[in-house]
Design a protein around this ligand. Structure first.
Ligand SMILES: *[C@@H]1O[C@H](CO)[C@@H](O)[C@H](O)[C@H]1NC(C)=O
Ligand SMILES: *[C@@H]1O[C@H](CO)[C@@H](O)[C@H](O)[C@H]1NC(C)=O
Ligand SMILES: *[C@@H]1O[C@H](CO)[C@@H](O)[C@H](O)[C@H]1NC(C)=O
Ligand SMILES: *[C@@H]1O[C@H](CO)[C@@H](O)[C@H](O)[C@H]1NC(C)=O
Ligand SMILES: *[C@@H]1O[C@H](CO)[C@@H](O)[C@H](O)[C@H]1NC(C)=O
Ligand SMILES: *[C@@H]1O[C@H](CO)[C@@H](O)[C@H](O)[C@H]1NC(C)=O
Length: 361
């Protein structure tokens, strides 16, 4: 009882100290999360009208709750509601749609929610999505999964999510089922690194052209991120630190100031940030990078990554925030200036604050 009262007190304190300072990552994450929830639609089961992005938003709630036991349980009704209604809102059964990457976002998010709630339905949903994505392996380029069911492109992101999911399942299913998922994850990883999408300086291009089997496309933050989380899951499943060595090279490349995805002052930015034209999709990319960099930092400490995560979380609070009536709105441009937030920019800010909270806790 006492701990419940103390818990309630600390929540009250948190609510009244929204802007205490930029390094109060825990309090700032709670205020950011509270505003994100004001965009949740109980009828549709998603945030505003975002589909795959809502998977990441749901994962953000679960990630905060994992770190703060006062928040375990807070959003159980949200997960249950989304589980029941979100797919139907968009006309899909069991979160299966035309795009394998959408399915991968949802499946990995259900694993995060499963870790928190331990509800087996969420694990089963992730498995059913894995089976649907796995049915597209191998592509005509010697392995990998397609971007979408029309099989006209092989996207890096769909493959990273697939490896992450397979390794994540290997770590969560009963031990007699582990090997199947581990085999899928290692085959996915080996194919990915041989496909040509990873450049010699450890940036990842958008995908592989299924006509030429050659790597193609631009460099985005989310493609640098999901593979880090996949490496952490593979490391946990095998104890093989080679996965972390390779992930570390990608993380080092991105977190170097004045590089392909990072400003001279060390702030993460996609091409669309630099051109000031991120849409809902592009707005969402930075979140998976910083979230997964945080996971890597927790298993392999690097001062450069730690500094990067906290620098970005502080920049959000100092330059990319609008506090109105004690509600914290986070815009898309982490270096500022603030531009009006929506659920997508908000959830990406939450990912950064939760990552900073996790690595400094
Ligand atoms: C919530 O979702 C329902 C069902 O999709 C929709 O009809 C309604 O307009 C949404 N509400 C808001 C505030 O967007
Ligand atoms: C959260 O609460 C659920 C239900 O009470 C419990 O099963 C689970 O272990 C808790 N999760 C964490 C991370 O403490
Ligand atoms: C793939 O390569 C072929 C042959 O060069 C080209 O015609 C096609 O436009 C490419 N597809 C994509 C999606 O880039
Ligand atoms: C560890 O993983 C790497 C990358 O897949 C592989 O080349 C190596 O053989 C593995 N090491 C062991 C001891 O299994
Ligand atoms: C950033 O890098 C470019 C070369 O890529 C260089 O010309 C420029 O001076 C650098 N800026 C800073 C602030 O280091
Ligand atoms: C902050 O948000 C409020 C409410 O949406 C808005 O009225 C105000 O103009 C915003 N301030 C800035 C600096 O954008």
């Amino acid at each position: 009882m006492l701990s419940r009262i103390l818990g309630a007190l600390s929540l009250l304190l948190a609510a009244s100290r929204v802007a205490a300072d930029a390094s109060s990552y825990h309090i700032n994450a709670i205020c950011t999360c509270d505003q994100l929830m004001r965009w949740y639609n109980w009828t549709s089961g998603v945030w505003q009208d975002y589909w795959w992005e809502s998977a990441n938003m749901m994962s953000g709630l679960a990630s905060l709750s994992m770190l703060d036991s006062n928040y375990n349980g807070t959003y159980f009704d949200v997960y249950a509601n989304t589980f029941l209604v979100a797919g139907h809102t968009f006309g899909y059964q069991n979160f299966q749609d035309e795009y394998y990457d959408d399915e991968g976002w949802w499946a990995n998010a259900w694993l995060d929610v499963y870790d928190l709630c331990q509800n087996p339905s969420y694990l089963e949903m992730a498995i059913s999505l894995f089976n649907d994505i796995h049915a597209s392996w191998p592509t005509v380029c010697g392995g990998g999964v397609y971007w979408r069911k029309s099989r006209d492109y092989i996207a890096s992101i769909a493959n990273e999510l697939y490896i992450h999911l397979a390794a994540g399942l290997a770590n969560r299913v009963p031990s007699d089922q582990k090997q199947t998922y581990l085999d899928a994850a290692t085959a996915g990883w080996d194919w990915f690194w041989n496909s040509g999408v990873v450049t010699s300086d450890y940036f990842i291009v958008d995908g592989v052209n299924q006509t030429t089997c050659q790597p193609t496309g631009s460099i985005y933050t989310y493609n640098q991120g999901v593979i880090l989380g996949a490496a952490v899951e593979l490391y946990k499943a095998t104890g093989n630190s080679t996965y972390l060595d390779l992930a570390g090279k990608i993380a080092d490349a991105v977190t170097t100031p004045n590089s392909t995805l990072t400003s001279a002052s060390g702030i993460l930015e996609d091409g669309c940030d630099r051109q000031d034209d991120c849409s809902g999709d592009g707005e969402q990319f930075k979140g998976p990078f910083i979230k997964n960099l945080g996971k890597l930092q927790l298993v392999r400490n690097s001062d450069q990554w730690l500094n990067f995560i906290t620098t970005n979380a502080q920049s959000i609070w100092n330059h990319d925030l609008n506090i109105t009536n004690n509600a914290c709105f986070v815009g898309d441009y982490w270096a500022g200036p603030y531009e009006p937030a929506d659920a997508s920019s908000q959830s990406v800010g939450l990912d950064a604050l939760v990552a900073a909270y996790a690595v400094t806790k």
